[in-house]
Design a protein around this ligand. Sequence first.
Ligand SMILES: N[C@@H](CCC(=O)N[C@@H](CS)C(=O)NCC(=O)O)C(=O)O
Length: 224
Amino acid sequence: MTYRLYLSTNTYALTVQALMEDMGLDHELVWVDIFQDTPDEDLLKVSPHSRVPALNADGTVLFETGAIALWLAEQHGDGDYLIPPGDPRRGIFLQWFHYLATTLQPDVMMQFHPESYAADDATQARLREAAFGRLDKVFRTLDDALADGPWFFGDTITVLDFLLGMQATWPEIYPETIHAYPNLTRHQQALLERPSVQRVFGIHRETMRGNGEELVLAMEPAGW
Ligand SMILES: N[C@@H](CCC(=O)N[C@@H](CS)C(=O)NCC(=O)O)C(=O)O
């Protein structure tokens, strides 16, 4: 199986990349510029909104971070990385899976791209502020969910931990800092201890440096 992951630096593509690294899957990285005026032709073939991540798996073409993550776990997890149907914890797994995509992600996105929702600066500022106000409640809810951590399901890591952890790395999304949420901080720390995650951040840091940018994380891996 040949995987081609379409990605841009420091975006939601981090989640899929880290998961593939963690699973030990061979993959090719296809770097795309998502914010150019004319969408990348190659990316448009796999992602109709020309968004990343997108994955081409020998002709199976997928977009949406959560869908890709879950599909990879089903294909390669050998029962790991998810809570399967029939398991009493399945409902809770689905709850957080959708919460991350539909409650956390929109308010996170608003911090970076309010221009997708309103043209004028004043409305953008109001939208961003409203979303920012909601984020504290979302992080407190997630912090409670991680009380028996480090992961959502104790010592069992699942795709949920990558879906949360690889966006929890953006300092701009915190009303104060990540340290205001102790269980989320422990979760981020545990994720940063994984060699797979360190490799992915290393790749993004070097690629960004090559572009004259600095990768700034809410917490940094030890030794950075
Ligand atoms: N719901 C999508 C969101 C993906 C997304 O919006 N990615 C951003 C980068 S973090 C992007 O490609 N933006 C480019 C655009 O919207 O034009 C997912 O989870 O995969």
